[in-house]
Design a protein around this ligand. Structure first.
Ligand SMILES: NC(=O)c1ccc[n+]([C@@H]2O[C@H](COP(=O)([O-])OP(=O)(O)OC[C@H]3O[C@@H](n4cnc5c(N)ncnc54)[C@H](OP(=O)(O)O)[C@@H]3O)[C@@H](O)[C@H]2O)c1
Length: 241
C-alpha cells in the first residue's frame, strides 16, 4: 500500500486530501500541530480507517518537531510528501479583499511567520524526509503554492507577504525538481489548488475542497519526469511563473 505524508491535515485541503487518499487504500501520515485536539472529522476518519491513518504531531514553524517526526518515521518509505500547511498571515483575505496585506500596512513579524510556514516549512520538510521518499516506489514531493505567487499573473498588486512567500516556494520547488531528480530520482513540483472554499479561501471561492483535492490527486498520480519543476493548477492546466 503506498504511503502519504501531508502537513496541514487538521482542516481544509490537507484534511480533504487525507480523506481521499484513505478512501483509495493509502497509508496516511496526517501531520497536524496538535493531534490531541483533532476535530470530529479527523476522529471519524481515524475510527473508519484505523491503522491506515497515523495522526502525526508536526508544526512546520518548529524545525525540531519536523526532525522528531523524521526520526519517528526513520524506517518508513514515504511515496508522496504533500506540503499543504500554509497561511496568509494574520487578517483575512476572504473578509478584507485587497485591503488585506496592502502597501503601507506591512507587519514584519507577520511576514516572518508567513515565510516560516510557507517557505521554510516545505524546504525543511523536504530536507528532513528526502531519504524516506527516496526509498519509496513513487518518490514525489508536491508543495501547494498559489496562483498569487505568479509574477506574470499579478495584475492587481497587493498581498505582499503571501505573494512573495508563494513565489519563493515556487523557486524552491523548481530547484528541488532539478536537484532531487538527479540525486534521488525524486519528482518534485509546485501545485496551485484553485480558489477553494476553505477557511483560507472563504465562502465565495470558486470550487469546493473535494473538487480541488480530486484534481490534485489525479495530477500527482500522473506526475512524471516531463512534468516536474513546473507550476501546475489542480485541473491539469499549467501556470506561468
Ligand atoms: N484555499 C484556497 O483558496 C487556496 C488557494 C491557493 C493556495 N492555497 C494553499 O493551499 C494550502 C492549504 O490551504 P487551505 O485552504 O487548506 O488553508 P486552511 O483551511 O486555512 O488550512 C491551513 C492548514 O495549515 C495548517 N497550518 C498552519 N500553520 C501551520 C504550522 N505552523 N504547522 C503545521 N500546520 C500549520 C493549519 O493547521 P491548524 O488547524 O493547526 O491551524 C491548517 O491545517 C496552503 O498552502 C494555501 O496557501 C489555498
Amino acid at each position: 500500500m503506498p504511503s502519504l505524508l501531508i502537513t496541514g491535515a487538521s482542516r481544509g485541503l490537507g484534511l480533504e486530501l487525507v480523506r481521499q487518499y484513505l478512501a483509495d487504500g493509502w497509508e496516511v501520515h496526517a501531520g497536524m500541530r496538535d493531534p490531541a485536539a483533532a476535530s470530529d472529522d479527523v476522529r471519524t476518519l481515524k475510527k473508519t480507517y484505523g491503522d491506515a491513518l497515523h495522526l502525526q504531531r508536526v508544526d512546520v514553524e518548529d524545525h525540531h518537531s519536523i526532525e522528531a517526526l523524521a526520526e519517528r518515521l526513520s524506517t518508513e518509505a514515504i511515496d508522496v510528501l504533500i506540503n499543504s500547511a500554509g497561511t496568509m498571515g494574520s487578517g483575512s483575505f476572504a473578509e478584507q479583499g485587497l485591503q488585506f496585506g496592502k502597501f503601507g500596512s506591512s507587519d514584519y513579524q507577520d511576514w516572518d511567520r508567513v515565510f516560516h510556514i510557507n517557505v521554510f516549512g516545505p524546504m525543511k520538510m523536504a530536507e528532513a524526509f528526502v531519504e524516506h521518499i527516496a526509498r519509496s516506489q513513487q518518490k514525489k514531493i508536491v508543495t501547494l503554492t498559489s496562483i498569487l505567487g505568479s509574477i506574470e499573473k499579478n495584475r492587481i498588486g497587493g498581498l505582499y507577504a503571501y505573494r512573495a512567500s508563494k513565489a519563493a516556494v515556487n523557486a524552491i520547488m523548481r530547484s528541488m525538481a532539478i536537484d532531487l531528480a538527479r540525486s534521488h530520482g525524486i519528482k518534485a513540483t509546485a501545485l496551485h489548488p484553485g480558489w477553494v472554499r476553505t477557511d483560507m479561501g472563504g465562502p465565495n471561492a470558486d470550487i469546493d475542497a473535494p473538487t480541488s483535492a480530486r484534481g490534485m490527486k489525479d495530477l500527482i498520480a500522473r506526475l512524471d519526469e516531463t512534468m516536474v519543476g513546473r507550476y501546475w493548477m489542480y485541473d491539469g492546466s499549467e501556470l506561468p511563473w
